[in-house]
Design a protein around this ligand. Structure first.
Ligand code: SAH
Length: 244
């Protein structure tokens, strides 16, 4: 048997947003590897072994997946959203750098619908012009770098998608992020808090920067910050395709 490794994105939550090619890969897999809640989204079946692990074990999980594929297993590593956006694809390649003898393995990355795109579609088109995505977690980078990227993105008038905005272990940093945005943008700037997009408890709320409060975000929220042209039209929010 020839092993392979697929790194797949499961989309934001709703199974209707899992792509057909990811469904095909999962149907052919012998092993699925990932963070507990993502592996839980895969229906158990005979012949499929589930390897669920803690969120902080990305590198060892990646190495385990590579080793299983090298041993002839058909392995799917799952992430939520897109696997290349703050997720497992980079972790697998980081692990692969350390084991050159596995670099000839059959490895494919299958895209998924990332949270910011699902959230933007719900809101209207808040990312309709130039935008950037920033992970607010300082687990893998120093906090001053997060602050500087936020400040520079605001100065460049990018719309922004902020991932991992706030967690119990970092309760104050999102308040600081809002402070930085307030220094660079007008209080009327529109901000969309998109919580649990496509999940049963989905909540999408758009407020002005002046009215944004840190507790509006948690770890299941992606925060979309408009640029200076972002405005409301009816119940939607959109960003003009033109800049002055
Ligand atoms: N690879 C994922 C992102 C993983 S980082 C993707 O492409 O979407 C985890 C962060 O993603 C969360 O803290 C949150 O900011 C965002 N996120 C993931 N799923 C979400 C959803 N259904 N609704 C809102 N935000 C989500």
């Amino acid at each position: 048997m020839t092993g392979w490794l697929v790194i797949a994105g499961l989309g934001p939550g709703d199974n209707a947003l899992v792509t057909p090619e990811v469904t095909v890969a999962l149907a052919a897999a012998t092993d699925v590897v990932g963070y507990v809640p993502y592996v839980a989204r895969i229906a158990p079946r005979e012949g499929l072994t589930q390897h669920a692990s803690d969120n902080r074990q990305e590198l060892s999980r990646a190495r385990q997946a590579l080793d299983m594929a090298a041993a002839g297993r058909r392995v799917v590593v799952v992430s939520s959203g897109d696997p290349g956006v703050f997720a497992m694809a980079s972790a697998v390649f980081e692990a692969l750098e350390q084991v050159p003898e596995l670099q000839a393995l059959d490895i494919r990355v299958l895209p998924g619908i990332t949270a910011m795109l699902a959230a933007a579609a719900r809101a209207g088109a808040p990312l309709g012009h130039d935008f950037c995505a920033i992970n607010l977690s300082d687990n893998l980078k120093p906090w001053p770098l997060v602050e500087s990227r936020l400040r520079l993105a605001a100065q460049a008038d990018f719309a922004m998608a902020l991932y991992n905005p706030r967690s119990a272990s970092r309760p104050h940093q999102f308040a600081r992020a809002l402070e930085i945005l307030r220094q660079a943008c007008s209080g009327s700037r529109l901000i969309t808090f998109a919580h649990g997009v496509t999940a049963p408890d989905e909540r999408i709320e758009t407020v002005t920067l002046a009215n944004a409060r840190p507790e509006m975000a948690n770890m299941r929220t992606v925060v979309l910050v408009g640029n200076s042209t972002t405005r409301r039209v009816g119940r939607f929010v959109y960003t003009s395709r033109r800049s002055e």
